[in-house]
Design a protein around this ligand. Structure first.
Ligand SMILES: NC(=O)C1=CN([C@@H]2O[C@H](COP(=O)(O)OP(=O)(O)OC[C@H]3O[C@@H](n4cnc5c(N)ncnc54)[C@H](O)[C@@H]3O)[C@@H](O)[C@H]2O)C=CC1
Ligand SMILES: CC(=O)C(=O)O
Length: 372
């Protein structure tokens, strides 16, 4: 198969869909790899590194899309890329279609097969291709919060870790999945007081065990959120229902109960965000203020550390990408977990939560959802 990877064009997105190591694995499987010139530079990989791995270099994204059967990317397609899609393309990338009807329309119109990293599942009910970037984002959330609390950054002037005699920040984490646990561990590691609100009791047990009880866990009810909000200096939004739009957990009228210049970090912004007042921001201009509360809503947080993130992402995506390159869409029939990543096929939505979020009908071409 001809496997292509264009340069990412989202604002401040320097990750790359294929590292030279991954490109070399595709070549070893007998595939042709086509990289857009400069695609890896932001992550520290030169065209020469890719050529050494056996890849060819294309002058622009148009050439990559035109001469590839499968496109391996990091972020969702940007509008300038919509016209480059062909009906026989397999697109393998983060898509986050639930809050993005414009991209969904373009994918449906193209006739392509679009496989979203974030809805591929595993046997442990996990999301193996979302997890590595959630680990990165959970950790970044904490140092973004610590920086945003600084006075010259517009914050309340609180030292995240405190000093002897002065309390540290109190951090409220909504959702104790991969982002939530990584944020909680990082925050307690820096000396903050941390509360995680979760709906899954086994997950709260796990958090309690791995943090040695240093993180307070509470069942996530409306009452618990209302009680915790006024005490928090930082709130990290990290809830997810795979494929669906994030639920709204904090309404605008609740901001008045919060401390002035407290910080909301909405990591779930890529699925629409879990605070009513969230709107996507970029690394260039990450924050804005609503009713005295600072909002940070960057949709590609791991893009700030492209070297670490590209390697971590490729470690996870490579086996699935190789299966697709080796067997084409037959790989989906063979692996129901990979098939759950399929969001769009030949002009139809193929994921129930994505269809529901977009108000569109959906079809189960490989019978994976019928199995529950
Ligand atoms: N902004 C960014 O750059 C990035 C964003 N993300 C996003 O972060 C979000 C979280 O991802 P993960 O942690 O990997 O998901 P996850 O599935 O591991 O965790 C989500 C957790 O939310 C919990 N949950 C669901 N509803 C809840 C509620 N009402 N109250 C409390 N907890 C609730 C679930 O039980 C689960 O444990 C996703 O939207 C993901 O796409 C991930 C990486 C980067
Ligand atoms: C998960 C995601 O959207 C990201 O890493 O940018």
């Amino acid at each position: 198969m001809r496997v292509g990877s264009p340069r990412e064009t989202k604002t401040n997105e320097h990750r790359v869909g294929l590292t030279p190591a991954a490109a070399g694995e595709y070549v070893a499987h007998g595939h042709t790899v086509l990289m857009e010139t400069g695609a890896g530079l932001g992550a520290g990989f030169t065209d020469a590194d890719y050529e050494k791995a056996g890849a060819r270099i294309a002058p622009d994204a148009a050439a990559v899309f035109a001469d590839s059967d499968m496109i391996v990317k990091v972020k969702e397609l940007q509008p300038a890329e919509f016209p480059l899609l062909k009906p026989d393309h397999i697109l393998f990338a983060y898509l986050h279609l639930a809050p993005d009807p414009e991209q969904a329309k373009a994918l449906l119109a193209s006739g392509c097969a679009a496989i979203a990293y974030e809805t591929v599942t595993d046997a442990n009910r996990g999301l193996p291709l979302l997890a590595p970037m959630s680990e990165v984002a959970g950790r970044i959330a904490v140092f973004s919060a610590a920086e945003t609390l600084l006075k010259h950054k517009g914050g309340m002037g609180l030292l995240f870790c405190g000093v002897p005699g002065v309390a540290p920040a109190r951090v409220l984490v909504l959702g104790g999945g991969v982002v939530g646990l990584n944020a909680a561990r990082m925050a307690v590691g820096l000396g903050a007081e941390v509360v995680v609100l979760e709906r899954s009791i086994p997950r709260m047990r796990h958090i309690d065990e791995v943090t040695g009880g240093r993180v307070i866990t509470r069942y996530s009810s409306l009452h618990a959120i209302e009680e915790e909000l006024p005490k928090a200096d930082v709130v990290i939004g990290a809830v997810l229902t795979p494929g669906a739009e994030a639920p709204t957990l904090v309404r605008r009228d609740q901001l008045s109960s919060m401390k002035k210049d407290s910080v909301l970090i909405d990591v779930a912004i890529d699925q629409g965000g879990c605070f009513e007042t969230s709107r996507p921001t970029t690394h260039d201009d990450p924050t804005y203020v609503v009713d005295g509360v600072i909002h940070y809503c960057v949709g590609n947080m791991p893009g700030a550390v492209p070297r670490t993130s590209s390697e971590a992402l490729n470690n996870a995506t490579l086996p699935y990408g190789l299966a697709l390159a080796d067997r084409g869409l037959e790989a989906l029939r063979a692996d129901p977990h990979l098939a759950r990543g399929l969001n769009v096929l030949k002009g139809e939505i193929t994921h129930p939560a994505v269809g529901k979020a977009l108000g569109l009908s959906w079809r189960d071409p490989f019978g994976v959802w019928a199995r529950g």
